[in-house]
Design a protein around this ligand. Structure first.
Ligand code: HEC
Length: 122
């Protein structure tokens, strides 16, 4: 009888040890804001503006205004969400997808820089 208990406890411990860890919270992407700055200046600034206020020189000609990264609604979005928008773009919007033009790393870096801009005041 003692043996059976030992087996049961052993199996229980084994199951506990093998159980997958708790789901990890969506991690921030590991972009580099320094590298992201040059990606942003080259590809994004003309619409989103140097400060990320959505007031770049090309914004005037657009029917749909570029996102202002200082808005709460953008700040609430996860890096993953922004990545998807940058990767695939938004339907019927001047914000086209960048997949094929930028590498994953460049998009991650651009997000890191957008986060920095969003913290800055005017
Ligand atoms: C031709 C102008 C234009 C360029 C260039 C551009 N965007 Fe956009 N972007 C927009 C517009 C317009 C929107 C808003 C789209 C909408 O609301 O439908 C937008 C939206 C976004 C959003 C979504 C914000 C949110 O709250 O969901 C992100 C993130 C973004 N742009 C990042 C970038 C990055 C990074 C680049 C450079 C790689 C870039 N954009 C280049 C016009 C542009």
């Amino acid at each position: 009888m003692k043996r059976v208990w030992m087996l049961l406890i052993g199996a229980g411990l084994g199951w506990w040890a093998l159980e997958p860890p708790l789901p990890v919270q969506a991690q921030d992407l590991a972009g580099d804001a320094h590298r992201g700055k040059s990606v942003y200046e080259q590809h994004c600034q003309r619409c989103h503006g140097a400060g990320g206020w959505g007031d770049g020189p090309d914004a005037l000609g657009l029917k749909i205004p570029p996102a202002n990264f200082h808005r709460f609604i953008t700040q609430m979005k996860s890096d993953e969400q922004l990545f998807t928008t940058i990767e695939f773009g938004l339907a019927l919007s001047p914000m086209h997808g960048w997949r094929g033009r930028l590498t994953d790393r460049q998009m991650e870096d651009a997000i890191a820089y957008v986060r920095v801009l969003a913290q800055r005041g005017r």
